[in-house]
Design a protein around this ligand. Structure first.
Ligand SMILES: Cc1cc2nc3c(=O)[nH]c(=O)nc-3n(C[C@H](O)[C@H](O)[C@H](O)COP(=O)(O)OP(=O)(O)OC[C@H]3O[C@@H](n4cnc5c(N)ncnc54)[C@H](O)[C@@H]3O)c2cc1C
Length: 493
């Protein structure tokens, strides 16, 4: 029986373990943190439960596929969000609620954007065509090399070419008249690690996935249920877990990894190794590859870092729904400076998740669990977070005034995680929240590969390898790496 070691128990590591667990491998998962899940984690404090990172997902059918591939039925009960989210603009009391039903959505923008439903239908259809023309043959595909990737890209219908050269903002400007609609549908660019002014318009496919294709979903009893359910199956299949175990270097080898060494000098041997640690940073920091030395890693484009606040609040915040965005009134200035500023943003833009609005089990009666995520520059640009308490106070004050509820005076419990905490806890490079950005030179065959360049038995899974970041992409990543392993080892056996 082939012995497999998976380094990291994020969704990438866990879903790879799940796919391999019914194929006759002997699997051990080594995890630096004290609990499984990586960014997909949970915080329980003073009677409140919070999703620590991800709080919703799209493309839920990837989870059906994942469990099916492991020979079990999907145990997750998911709930579609409707409205999907709401957006508060500075100086405008009423938020815009974003519905999948385009006629309902249009009624939110009366007097602001005429014929919104018709315009959006056209805009989303374009994004949708690109999505379906690339999903199977480009996104869910392993590449032998760059040429093979370019060959696959060349099969994508040529009509999409202009969207590669036009920015997402330009496309939005060409389609919609109001600044509000343009801003709202451009927010997805920040998830990818860029701004709508620099992101190619092909990524409007994300608007399609959220508004038309699959929507946004949460999981009953919190997102961490995903981890609990997968771990339950893995344990029943004798997959072993070792927590508080960080791999810091690779042992002796001869074209193959013989063993990996943890922080206490223990040596871990296996036939196959899979790293769920960041695919670029692991190559640099653990394997000492010159192509990924600190300078080269710092020159890459990384997604923004998370500044997260978890508040247990006494009282109900009726102006919030499950997902809420709070934006300032200086969008261009914000977009142009947020990735590289060395100070905490003067006017923070942030996202608020209040899962207690739709799930009573995560807060005591009459209370709310408020999770605030404020994207901030990573540790290359702002190294020192000793101002984290003041920065959190500023956001809480802003939120209080915008939802007409004095949050500060009603806090029962409070926890803050700044980018340095995220880095220290899970080895997120420079605290970047979603890993490597999705510039065209950092996707497909230009993203760190899921098979090592030198060691024939070392593979990668997760947000910074192919295809990319976000829960569904990471699940697809586990499928791609499993295919590679099965291919390589089936021929060798
Ligand atoms: C605040 C926040 C909010 C987010 N919200 C959403 C959302 O709403 N929807 C969505 O789809 N996505 C969201 N994401 C993105 C999503 O969380 C990630 O894309 C996904 O969870 C990444 O999974 P992964 O397995 O690649 O990595 P990780 O979850 O980072 O797992 C990697 C694991 O490897 C461990 N590890 C690292 N190095 C070592 C080592 N050397 N030795 C041993 N163990 C090691 C880490 O401790 C970690 O547990 C969010 C991310 C953040 C940070």
């Amino acid at each position: 029986m082939k012995k497999v070691i998976i380094i990291g128990s994020g969704l990438g590591g866990l879903s790879t373990a799940l796919r391999l667990s019914n194929k006759g491998y002997d699997i051990t998962v080594l995890e630096k943190h004290s609990t499984p899940g990586g960014r997909l984690n949970t915080i329980e404090q003073d009677g409140f439960r919070f999703d620590m990172g991800p709080s919703f997902m799209s493309m839920t059918y990837e989870f059906d596929d994942l469990f099916k591939s492991a020979g079990v039925e999907n145990p997750l009960i998911m709930k579609e969000l409707d409205p999907i989210y709401q957006v508060f603009f500075e100086g405008r009391e009423k938020p815009f609620r974003i519905f999948k039903d385009l006629n309902k959505l249009e009624s939110e923008f009366v007097g602001i954007e005429d014929n919104l439903a018709e315009k959006l239908e056209k805009y989303l259809n374009k994004g949708g065509e690109f999505f379906h023309d690339t999903e199977e043959q480009v996104v869910k595909s392993n590449y032998k090399n760059k040429l093979n990737y370019i060959l696959k890209l060349s099969k994508v219908p040529k009509k999409h070419l202009p969207y590669l050269y036009r920015s997402m903002w330009k496309e939005l400007e060409n389609t919609f008249d109001s600044e509000e609609v343009r801003v709202i549908f451009s927010l997805v660019a920040f998830f990818l690690g860029s701004t709508p002014f620099r992101t190619p318009s092909i990524y409007s496919l994300l608007n399609y996935t959220e508004l038309k294709h699959n929507g946004y979903w949460s999981v009953n009893n919190g997102m961490y249920t995903i981890v609990r359910e997968i771990v339950k199956i893995l344990e029943s299949r004798n997959v072993k877990f070792e927590f508080n175990t960080e791999i810091v270097r690779v042992g002796n080898n001869n074209g193959k990894v013989a063993q990996m060494i943890d922080q206490n000098g223990n040596s871990w041997e296996a036939d196959i190794f899979i790293s769920n640690s960041d695919a670029a940073a692991f190559r640099g920091k653990v394997l000492n590859r010159s192509e990924y030395n600190e300078k080269k890693l710092d020159d890459m484009h990384w997604t923004l870092a998370p500044f997260t606040i978890y508040l247990g609040v006494n009282g109900k915040l009726d102006n919030l729904i499950h997902h809420n965005y709070f934006l300032g009134d200086n969008f261009r200035e914000y977009a142009n400076s947020i990735f590289t500023t060395s100070v905490s943003p003067k006017k923070p833009y942030y996202y608020v998740n209040a899962s207690s609005r739709s799930d009573d089990s995560c807060a005591p009666e009459g209370c709310e669990n408020i999770f605030i995520l404020c994207p901030v520059p990573d540790l290359r640009f702002k190294k020192n977070w000793s101002d984290k308490e003041e920065f959190a106070d500023k956001i809480i004050k802003d939120l209080s005034s915008r939802v007409s509820f004095n949050i500060s005076e009603n806090i029962i419990t409070r926890k803050i995680l700044a980018p340095d905490d995220w880095e220290g806890m899970l080895n997120l490079y420079r605290g970047s929240g979603l890993g490597l950005a999705h510039d065209l030179n950092q996707v497909g065959a230009f993203r760190p590969k899921n098979k090592d360049e030198k060691f024939s038995n070392l593979y990668y899974v997760g947000a910074s390898t192919t295809p990319g970041t976000g829960l569904p992409m990471v699940v697809i990543s586990s499928k791609l790496v499993t295919e590679r392993i099965e291919n390589d080892f089936r021929t060798i056996q």
